[in-house]
Write a protein that binds this ligand. Structure first.
Ligand code: AP5
Length: 220
């Protein structure tokens, strides 16, 4: 399956993509995770994107498309399918992704758009904890780890993301609202937009999306 997961910060894109990887074997690429790893390594790319990511602003389109074009072309490329999380985030990025996929002759199956009320997004983001080692997501109330402060997958230390401060959350949500309308219109026009209710427990949302994937014949 070749899909993009769309939705505002806190919609649950990363949490679901992690389940698709585990249970469906779908390769997961997250722009946010790629940028955070590059920042942690202090690489040239990390230095270029750090100010954007920590303050919640969008990284420039050209740079994001360049990074993702490389990732999609490297090691097996897009032939094994993919779940893209956090990309594209603007109409220009969506057009850039289409150009890359045309080169690989691997058209997109669909854009799955997770919807949720803003109050729920704020609650999710302000309670999020992430593994400092593997990036796995948790929540202080709704997705607790088995051992306090430790990742179930790799036993790494759980931390709070720098961009999950309340004022940065509000800024990210507002930036996302502006970019979302033209992005959604782009996929709607192509008949590729699949809205899914993203509210409810992560397992409930997982089942909703799995039903969609099966109806569309993207998975068995
Ligand atoms: P990125 O990491 O992509 O952040 P985001 O889009 O703001 O999305 P989040 O990771 O905050 O939310 P999510 O939808 O993945 O929710 P999650 O599953 O974690 O990007 C970070 C930054 O990088 C951007 O601000 C920007 O600067 C830059 N960037 C990245 N991509 C870019 C691009 N394409 N263009 C330009 N710049 C870019 O869930 C959130 C919390 O809720 C977790 O605690 C989770 O445990 C919990 N939760 C999730 N689902 C449920 C559920 N169903 N029930 C209960 N709890 C749940």
């Amino acid at each position: 399956m070749r899909i993009v997961l769309l939705g505002p910060p806190g919609a649950g894109k990363g949490s679901l993509a992690s389940l698709y990887r585990e249970r469906l074997g779908a390769p997961h690429l997250s722009t946010g995770q790629i940028f955070r790893e590059e920042i942690a390594r202090n690489s040239p790319l990390g230095q270029r994107v750090k100010a954007y990511v920590t303050s919640g602003r969008l990284v420039p389109n050209n740079l994001v498309v360049e990074v993702m074009a490389k990732r999609l072309s490297g090691r097996g490329g897009s032939s094994r399918g993919f779940v893209l999380d956090g990309f594209p985030r603007t109409r220009a990025q969506a057009a850039g992704l289409d150009r890359v996929l045309r080169r690989h002759r691997q058209p997109l199956d669909g854009a799955v758009y997770l919807t949720s009320p803003t109050s729920l997004l704020v609650r999710r983001l302000s309670g999020r904890r992430v593994c400092a080692r593997c990036g796995e997501n948790y929540h202080v109330r709704t997705m607790r780890p088995k051992h306090l402060g430790r990742c179930d997958r790799c036993n790494g230390r759980l931390t709070t993301r720098k961009d999950d401060r309340l004022e940065t959350i509000r800024k990210r949500l507002s930036i996302d609202r502006k970019a979302a309308a033209p992005l959604l219109a782009y996929y709607r026009q192509k008949g590729l937009l699949f809205p899914v209710n993203g509210a409810g427990h992560v397992e409930t949302v997982y089942k909703r999306t799995l039903g969609l994937f099966r109806r569309q014949d993207w998975v068995n």
